[in-house]
Design a protein around this ligand. Sequence first.
Ligand SMILES: [Ca+2]
Ligand SMILES: [Ca+2]
Ligand SMILES: [Ca+2]
Ligand SMILES: [Ca+2]
Length: 455
Amino acid sequence: MPATSRRQRPARRWSRTAVVAALVGATLGLTPLATAATDTGSTSTQNEAGHRISAERQSLDVMPTVTSKDGLFPETKADMEPVEGALARTEGVFEFGANGVADATQYLYSLDFDHPNKKAVPTTKGGPATVSITPLTPGPHTLFVRIQDAEGNVGPMYLYRFYVKSPGVPDKPGDLNGDGHPDLFAIDGTGNLGLHAGTGGGRVDSMVPLSAGGGWNDALLTHRGDWTGDYYEDLVARRSDGKLWLFPNNGLGEFSEDTRQEVYFFPDPVTGTVIDPSTIKQIVSLGDINPNSSEPSHPDFVAVIGDQLWYLPGSFYGSIDGGYVIGSSGWGDMQLASPGDVDGDGFTDLIARDTSTGQLWVYHGKSAGHSDGDTDPASLGADANRTAYATDWTTTARPLFTASGDSDGDGVPDLWTTTSNTTAGLEFVPGRRTGLVGPPTVVGTGGWQAIELIS
Ligand SMILES: [Ca+2]
Ligand SMILES: [Ca+2]
Ligand SMILES: [Ca+2]
Ligand SMILES: [Ca+2]
């Protein structure tokens, strides 16, 4: 598929994940109302007056009033320039009024879906009702609202259009839900994917399921950087089908099979060969290591293929330009983690564990020699650039590890690792600018021995 068609926004269809969305929303203290909205892509039958549609058999022809009660998401009427409201992921309270319909018993409403399927019941018949809605994506949204009376008649829909402000800056590395704390994915023993939301100080909340019915066994996961242009960090996964997938983040760290995109590998411009993602043994996203202010940001990747380390430069929305080898041998036993900039020199670094020895290394990225601060990809595969970061991190002592982003807020990226100690299931390991990692602290106890992967 050509790159241009991949740049289109995926349709918002969260029906399959509505239950999960509700779970996550509850965990975050958000109402699930907005996340449960479903966009079918169908067209409303609005007439020239702007708001009235031909509804089912009805004797009620009054539309409700709709106001943004807290003023966060003001209405943009048909003949107006867009009025920008609050930031995406901000909860807004909307009030529906009966507009004189004395026996209005409830309001039917939905966000970005022209078949209102949620109910708001006023405390007194004919009175107003309020709902809380958290729009997740920047840009235009439409709230569809209609009145239902005591006889069950439904009135015409009011279309309340409003605009949501873009954050304008990416979320912090590792943060999947925008609260500033890096978050942790885990795949459990049943092959299901879940999210442990970070709570600060290296700690994580209990797991919220992101899948049911398995299917994530043997997956490779990585997340660092935004590949879809909405400033939300996305999930990239190599699944057991051998393909590499981009899962766009909806802003709360939720992902849908419906919106995933298969990552497209451009052929090598010289040899014409194309990387087969099924041959990838390890992959981590580095974030954008060659930012260019005149181009959108794309995360770049490194991967272990065979005994080599490859650099895979990210390109437009879910595509990878011709990759090349940056470590010619000795990488087959390495497990990778992407910390960002460990040593604070401004260039992206790489962490690798030699599973044959339990040695943990930092490969210190070097300048590519450009004024714009690019990291030289080749420097990440050069043994001359590595320093010891931990010893005795055998796969028995510490079965799984990942770089978390800066979880304790000291500005240095940190690590999480599972342990063989059943009373110390997950440990937080503070990163250090120089020398070895800091002393671990236990942040999770039960259940971590059954986890197959963390990211
Ligand atoms: Ca977070
Ligand atoms: Ca994104
Ligand atoms: Ca660095
Ligand atoms: Ca830190």
